[in-house]
Design a protein around this ligand. Structure first.
Ligand SMILES: [Zn+2]
Length: 315
C-alpha cells in the first residue's frame, strides 16, 4: 500500500476493564455457535508458504505458484475459485494480472458471479512490489492479509450460513510498478470494481473489508479518516467485544489502497490496515520478512473480522 503525508500517532480510544473481560468470555462462548476459532499459527503457516514461492511479481512464475497454493487451500475448505484474468498497460509494458474470487460452494454447482446482492467482500492483495536492487519478500505487505483470508476460509467453512454471505477476493497488482497514479497501482481492484460499477444496486455487494499490512508484532489497525462511518463502527464494535479495542484507531488522512476503487464503484469499503507500519522502518524494504510477521497480530485481526461477520449475521 502507499500513503502520502505525515504519519501522526492516531488516537487511542477505549480501554480494558472488568467489563471488557466479561465481554471476552461471552464472545468465546458465542463462537461455539458461530465460526471455528481463528488460528494465528495457521495463518502464519500460509504466509510462510506464500513467501516461499519467491517474490510475487505480477506476470511472473512465482505469483502463479502463489495462486495455485491459494486456490488449493480454498478448495480444500469447500470454496469455488474463479480466476479473473486481464491484461493492463503498466510503465513496464503490458502485464497479465489475475484476481482470484472465491465463494463457498461445498457441493459444487453453478455460481452466478455477476450477482453479489447481500454479499460481504473480504479482500487482500497477494502481489509483491518490484523494487530494483532489493530482495523484497512482502511477508507483511501482501503476505499477511492473504494468510489471514486463507485461514478465514477454513473457519467460515465451519459455519456455512456465514460463509454463504461472503466473497473472498485476492487482488493482483495492488502495488504500483513505479508510483501510484490513476493508471499505476491498484490494477486488480480497479478491474474488479469495474465489474460491479454498472450493476443494479440490489446486485452489488453490501460492504467490503480490505485487509493490508496485518502481520506486524506491534500491530495497530488505523483505517483512513475518510472511511465509511458505519463500517468503522462495526469494526470497533467487534474489537470492543473481544477486548482489543485499544489496538484500533484511525489514520489522520486518506490512504491509497484497494478499498478506493470499490468505494468509487458504490461498494462501501473499509481499509483494515496497520498504517503505522509504513513509518516503522520495514515497509517496502528487504526487512519485510517472515521472521517479523507475528501470529498474534494475524490472529487478532482474524478474530475481529470473524466476530464482525457473526455480528452482521445477528450472532
Ligand atoms: Zn506495498
Amino acid at each position: 500500500m502507499a500513503s502520502r503525508g505525515a504519519i501522526l500517532p492516531a488516537a487511542v480510544v477505549g480501554g480494558v476493564g472488568v467489563a471488557a473481560v466479561i465481554w471476552v468470555l461471552a464472545a468465546k462462548r458465542d463462537q461455539v455457535a458461530g465460526a471455528g476459532e481463528f488460528s494465528g499459527e495457521r495463518a502464519l503457516a500460509h504466509v510462510a508458504e506464500l513467501v516461499g514461492v519467491g517474490p510475487r511479481i505480477p506476470g511472473g512464475e512465482a505469483i502463479e505458484r502463489a495462486r495455485v497454493y491459494i486456490g488449493a487451500q480454498l478448495a480444500a475448505s469447500g470454496w469455488s475459485v474463479l480466476r479473473q484474468t486481464f491484461v493492463d498497460d503498466t510503465p513496464r509494458g503490458q502485464v497479465e494480472f489475475v484476481n482470484l474470487r472465491a465463494r463457498y460452494a461445498p457441493g459444487g454447482g453453478e455460481i452466478d458471479w455477476k450477482e453479489g446482492g447481500g454479499l460481504v467482500l473480504l479482500c487482500s492483495h497477494y502481489d509483491t512490489k518490484l523494487i530494483e536492487g532489493v530482495e523484497f519478500d512482502g511477508a507483511n505487505d501482501g503476505g499477511s492479509s492473504t494468510g489471514v483470508l486463507i485461514e478465514m476460509a477454513r473457519c467460515l467453512a465451519t459455519a456455512p450460513a456465514l460463509a454463504g454471505g461472503v466473497e473472498l477476493v485476492f487482488f493482483d497488482g495492488e502495488e504500483a510498478v513505479v508510483d501510484f497514479t490513476a493508471t499505476d497501482g491498484l490494477y486488480g481492484s480497479r478491474h474488479y470494481a469495474k465489474g460491479w460499477r454498472s450493476a443494479p444496486p440490489a446486485s452489488k455487494p453490501v460492504a467490503a473489508f480490505v485487509l493490508d499490512l496485518v502481520g506486524d508484532s506491534r500491530l495497530r489497525i488505523d483505517p483512513p479518516n475518510d472511511s465509511p462511518r458505519d463500517l468503522l463502527v462495526e469494526l470497533y464494535g467487534a474489537a470492543e467485544q473481544l477486548g482489543v479495542r485499544r489496538r484500533f484507531g484511525m489514520y489522520p488522512a486518506p490512504i491509497t489502497d484497494d478499498h478506493v476503487p470499490l468505494n468509487a464503484a458504490g461498494i462501501p469499503a473499509l481499509n483494515v490496515i496497520d498504517s503505522g507500519y509504513i513509518s516503522r522502518g520495514r515497509w517496502h524494504t528487504s526487512a519485510d520478512r517472515l521472521e517479523y510477521v507475528s501470529a498474534d497480530g494475524l490472529e487478532l485481526v482474524g478474530r475481529v473480522m470473524l466476530r464482525l461477520l457473526e455480528r452482521r449475521a445477528g450472532r
